[in-house]
Ligand binder design. Structure first.
Ligand SMILES: *[C@@H]1O[C@H](CO)[C@@H](O)[C@H](O)[C@H]1NC(C)=O
Ligand SMILES: *[C@@H]1O[C@H](CO)[C@@H](O)[C@H](O)[C@H]1NC(C)=O
Length: 452
């Protein structure tokens, strides 16, 4: 019976790509942002999840297009007690209805990376890789997931900046974030939060967070996430230095969470879970995602070993399950802030090499506004020829919010024309500037680090 329903849904969607109301409504509340917190209905929402990408980096497959495998893993997600999975790569031509609906039925949300190995910002050549072909793929992914109430958020980039030299890529990540927010508004989708997932780099973490949260609303992120592997047992809130991070971010005005965590030196005992969901942190943090669900060739920090249809739990599985069970989310709103201010853009320094003025960004690539008006059309999937060389070495800069679409129903209603898009696109003043990104690339050992 389900199969039949899903087939009907997908043909209805094919007929009207943006017609979200035709998707069967699951009883899961879409998550919204208020102040520095997430909310599901009137309850604060804490990300309590795992990073999920079986096959890892070497074999970037879409894990939620395969409904049978998704449902096998879903049993483990339920047993662990998670409410969110993060997926790093999806095929924007695949149908995800069956997996997404099964997840929704289990109360589980999706935090989704919209970049793929071939369609992503190349930190060595951000100016060439930020282009119309790239954005079309991202927008097609938004089209594919905006219809699900359990799409929690979109990551506009993952670890593009992984040291101080590559901080010069930050404007391209911010421009991408602006463009995704514009697309969501222009297509009248629900206001699905968009933000960046930063690598575990101490030297520019705060600069990156501030940069993504400075300037007009049209270019600011809706949340900020970073990876943090610093808590290794035996440890504590103080020993780990997490107390200092809470202090650092106490006035940050956006929801903040860990997009990857879990010590990368065995043994792990997940002692940090108690802190993360406890009174010391929840006014400032909204939970996090454990790296990672499956044991891969490299690195081997999985909770289950996958072999065909079988799922074998590692020791970590029971430890994590017990840690989650012991640390429920706090009741009430945990003192979240409603009155936070946008951050100040960081000054250029030895750790922060952004030479583009704070009130400018790479301009929306020529022709991209067509997608705001007409939709992105069919995405390239994972087999397309890629976007990383589709642009130009010179980047046009514009006033940061030029061309951004800031109004949209935000209700998930069917789009009526493109009023928002047309109204707010005004002729930007370009300056031609060659922008060079850092040339030093440290290959991260963690999945999804480069996507190049
Ligand atoms: C900073 O970036 C500029 C170009 O954006 C580049 O020419 C310069 O070498 C970079 N400096 C460092 C220290 O990486
Ligand atoms: C830069 O702007 C000029 C003038 O509008 C345009 O012809 C050119 O295609 C733009 N280049 C890029 C890379 O956006």
């Amino acid at each position: 019976m389900k199969t039949f329903t899903f087939a009907a849904i997908s043909s209805a969607l094919a007929a009207s790509v943006a017609a979200s109301p035709s998707v069967a409504k699951r009883a899961i509340a879409p998550v919204t942002v208020k102040g520095n917190a997430f909310f599901a209905g009137d309850q604060r929402f804490y990300v309590r999840g795992v990073d999920y990408q079986p096959g890892g980096e070497a074999d970037a497959k879409d894990p939620i297009a395969d409904a049978a495998n998704c449902k096998r893993d879903l049993e483990k997600f339920k047993d662990l007690g998670v409410n969110t999975i993060r997926v790093y790569t999806v095929d924007n031509t695949a149908n995800h209805d069956e997996c997404m609906n099964a997840l929704a039925d289990a109360g589980i949300y999706l935090a989704l990376d919209v970049n793929t190995p071939k369609y992503s910002i190349n930190r060595l050549e951000p100016e060439i890789s930020y282009n119309k072909v790239y954005l079309q793929s991202l927008f097609a992914t938004i089209d594919a997931f905006a219809k699900y109430d359990n799409t929690l958020l979109f990551f506009s980039g993952n670890e593009v900046i992984n040291d101080d030299a590559t901080t010069s890529c930050a404007p391209f990540v911010k421009a991408t974030t602006r463009d995704m927010k514009s697309y969501i508004n222009a297509r009248n989708y629900r206001k699905i939060p968009v933000g960046y997932s930063a690598a575990d780099v101490d030297s520019n973490r705060i600069e990156m967070a501030d940069y993504m949260n400075c300037g007009p609303d049209a270019i600011r992120s809706d949340f900020f996430a970073f990876n943090d592997y610093s808590w290794c047992s035996p440890s504590s809130f103080k020993t780990s230095g997490w107390d200092k991070k809470v202090e650092t971010f106490k006035d940050y005005s956006l929801p903040l969470f860990l997009s990857e965590f879990g010590c990368i030196k065995n043994p792990r005992d997940f002692g940090e879970i108690e802190a993360l969901y406890g009174d010391d942190m929840t006014a400032v943090y909204s939970g996090g995602l454990v790296y990672e669900y499956s044991v891969e060739k490299e690195p081997k920090y999985g909770l289950v070993t996958i072999d065909g249809d079988s799922r074998t739990e590692t020791e970590d599985f029971q430890l994590l399950k017990a840690a989650f069970a012991k640390s429920k989310a706090p009741t009430g709103d945990a003192g979240y802030k409603t009155n936070g201010q946008a951050s100040n853009c960081p000054d250029k320094s030895t750790n922060w090499n952004v030479t583009i003025a704070a009130d400018q960004l790479p301009a929306l690539p020529p022709g991209t506004d067509e997608y705001f008006k007409n939709g992105a059309g069919t995405g390239p999937g994972l087999q397309g020829s890629g976007s990383q060389t589709a642009g130009s070495k010179t980047t046009n800069l514009s006033s940061a919010a030029d061309g951004a679409v800031t109004s949209g129903a935000g209700t998930g209603a069917k789009p009526e024309g493109t009023k928002g898009a047309a109204a707010s696109v005004h002729a930007p003043e370009f300056s031609l500037t060659p922008v060079v990104c850092g040339l030093v690339v440290l290959v991260s050992t963690l999945f999804g680090a480069s996507l190049i």
